[in-house]
Structure formats: C-alpha cells, structure tokens
Design a protein around this ligand. Structure first.
Ligand code: ADP
Ligand code: ADP
Ligand code: ZN
Length: 221
C-alpha cells in the first residue's frame, strides 16, 4: 500500500492521473476540490461560503479542508491500495495536519509527486477542461476530447460540465494562491526526502508511466 500526494498548479493534470491510479491500482482518490464542489451544492451556509471563495479563486480555510479529509480517511475501510491526495495539502498547516493524521493511523507518506507545468500552458489546460457530471471523467477540448461529441466515453452520460472557476481571470488568482501558499510545500517535502518531480507537459500516457516509475521506486525503498 502506498500513500501519495499529487502536487501541482491548477490544470497540471492531478485529477487525470489520480483517476488512472484508481482504475489501475485500486487506490483511493481524495480530492478536496471534488469534496468542496459537492459541499457547495448542499445548500448549507458552509456550502454557500465555500462557493464564494472558490469562485474568487481563493483557498478555502484550512479548518474546513482538514475536516473534510479527516472524515474521508476515517470512513475508509482499509481495502484500498493507498490514498492519493489530489489538491491537498495546499498550505503548510494542511501539510502538518496530514503528517499528524497519517502518523496517528500508523501510516506513512510514500511519495510526493510534483507535476511541473509552465504557467503559459495552464490557461489552455483549464479553459478547455470539461468533466462528466455522472462518473467524473476529465476531458479537454483539444488534448482529450470525447470520442462522440457530447457523450462521455466511459459511462455514456451526456451531462458534461464546465467549472465556473475555469476561466482566465479566476486562473490568475488561483495561480497567485498557488505560488504564495502551495509552492512552499515543494521545499518542505524536498527537505523531508519525499519529493519526486515529473514533467506534466508530456502526454497523458507518458506522465502516467513516469508516475508508475516513481511508485515502483518508492515501494522498494
Ligand atoms: P484544480 O484542479 O484546478 O487544481 P481543485 O479542484 O483542486 O482545482 O480546487 C478548486 C478550488 O477548491 C480551489 O481553487 C480552492 O478554492 C478550493 N480548494 C481545493 N482544495 C483545497 C485545499 N486543499 N485548500 C483550500 N482550498 C482548496
Ligand atoms: P488538475 O486536477 O491538476 O487541475 P486535470 O487533471 O483536471 O488537472 O487536467 C486539466 C486539463 O488538462 C483537463 O482538461 C485534462 O483533460 C487536460 N490534461 C491533463 N493532463 C494532460 C496532459 N498530460 N496533456 C494534455 N492535456 C492534459
Ligand atoms: Zn461519465
């Protein structure tokens, strides 16, 4: 069992690779972005506050996301092939909280995989992104279109959605948040000896095989 973090700016390809790892290795994907998008549809006060913050491209408070992750980890039956933390942690306090949670469970972090993508490429990544509202498959207008226009390849649903925050203006703000609050995690995990970097600009298959290489390496160490 391996526990990994996928770290990278918005649009780096974290969700795309996480879904493959779930398929191929039975790992459990914990995406705070997905959890928060679910929370905002709940109509609660918390959901409404979260929606405003997300639409501005800012980070939701540490308290909320740490709480969401704790809940999901506690609900896990331990049958899975390890956790993929996708979009979490995004701040140093979140990283400390995750370390403490794993220690309490007698588990460890095996690898932090930084997906490096230049800023210029991110605009087209997020502006072409759409997902299946039914199964969550991630697509892109140019780099990963559906085989049949308007229909999900995986489940056949026609409920294909774009995110309200996937526009150039919000991306600018999200990138600023990334550099101010999340990028320090690269140094943090490097110093812990857990950091691996892959080229996120390569094709989806190529990135997947680089990640597989990292997993093989960290499982044998
Ligand atoms: P992307 O896939 O573009 O990186 P996510 O789906 O991970 O974006 O996150 C969407 C939004 O949800 C973020 O812009 C932020 O507002 C919020 N969010 C997600 N994860 C976290 C987190 N760990 N801490 C704080 N806010 C988060
Ligand atoms: P993140 O979860 O890091 O925000 P996603 O996995 O949602 O990123 O990917 C962002 C967009 O880029 C999606 O539209 C996805 O289909 C596309 N994409 C992901 N990985 C690649 C890649 N290696 N090459 C080209 N496009 C990609
Ligand atoms: Zn689908």
């Amino acid at each position: 069992m391996v526990n990994i973090i996928l770290l990278g700016p918005p649009g780096a390809g974290k969700g795309t690779q996480a879904r493959r790892l779930v398929e191929e290795r039975g790992m459990v994907q914990l995406s705070t972005g997905d959890m928060l998008r679910e929370a905002r549809t709940s109509g609660t006060d918390m959901g409404k506050r979260v929606a405003e913050v997300m639409d501005r491209g800012e980070l939701v408070t540490d308290e909320i996301v740490i709480g969401l992750i704790e809940e999901k980890i506690a609900a896990d039956t331990g049958q899975g092939g390890g956790f993929i933390f996708d979009g979490f942690p995004r701040t140093l306090p979140q990283a400390d909280a995750l370390g403490a949670m794993l220690t309490r469970m007698g588990q460890r972090l095996d690898a932090v995989i930084e997906m490096r993508v230049e800023d210029e490429a991110l605009v087209s990544r997020v502006s072409g992104r759409f997902t299946c509202g039914n199964c969550g498959e991630v697509y892109h207008d140019e780099t990963r279109p559906t085989k049949v226009s308007g229909t999900c390849d995986v489940c056949g649903s026609t409920d294909l959605r774009r995110r309200a925050d996937d526009n150039a203006e919000s991306l600018k703000q999200r990138l600023m948040e990334y550099y101010k609050k999340t990028s320090p995690l690269i140094g943090y995990y490097y110093a812990q000896g857990d950091l691996f970097t892959v080229d996120g600009l390569a094709e989806i298959e190529e990135v997947a095989s680089k990640i597989a290489g990292v997993l093989a390496q960290s499982a044998s160490s």
